[in-house]
Design a protein. Structure first.
Length: 161
């Protein structure tokens, strides 16, 4: 089976991280807090995809963010959905205003919220995201991570070098 290519971006402002609270689509992400992102479209690079997704989900233009960089690649397998290669980015918000108040959720992606970095481990997130956040926010080197799920249950993970 072929892998889908998707992107995620965690946008930081001071000590807060921007999340999308997913809901209403009846899929495995309902009720979970995720980064901004989506599927890479035909002809798009992962970077082009994340710039587009950031705009679509937050209303932020590329000029509103700084230091957009690829932090890692996650291989996500799940018995309930297609496998994915997730390109995980980080960026810093340098714009004015607040996308949580300024952007309407026209495409039904979910509600935008800023969460203090120290609180993210207690959110309803995928279990593997806790591992990913440890790798990403320690400001270490680029990471590669494989996560194997059965539905919502993390069965195995491997930090790849």
């Amino acid at each position: 089976m072929a892998f889908q290519n998707t992107t995620l971006c965690y946008i930081e402002k001071d000590d807060d991280i921007l999340f999308v609270v997913k809901g209403g689509k009846g899929d495995l992400n309902d009720g979970k807090y995720l980064g901004v992102g989506g599927h890479v479209e035909k002809g798009e690079s992962p970077r082009e995809c994340i710039v587009r997704e950031i705009y679509e989900e937050t209303g932020l233009f590329e000029k509103d963010i700084d230091d957009l960089r690829l932090s890692g690649i996650v291989t996500f397998t799940n018995t309930e959905c297609e496998d994915e290669y997730m390109y995980v980015f980080r960026a810093y918000y340098i714009g004015t205003g607040d996308p949580c108040n300024d952007h309407k959720d026209a495409d039904g992606e979910g509600q935008l919220v800023w969460i203090p970095r120290g609180n993210i481990r207690s959110l309803p997130i995928w279990e593997g995201d806790r591992i990913m956040f440890d790798l990403m926010f320690r400001n270490g080197p680029f990471f590669m991570l494989k996560l194997e799920y059965e539905g919502d249950v993390l069965k195995a993970y491997k930090i790849e070098k």
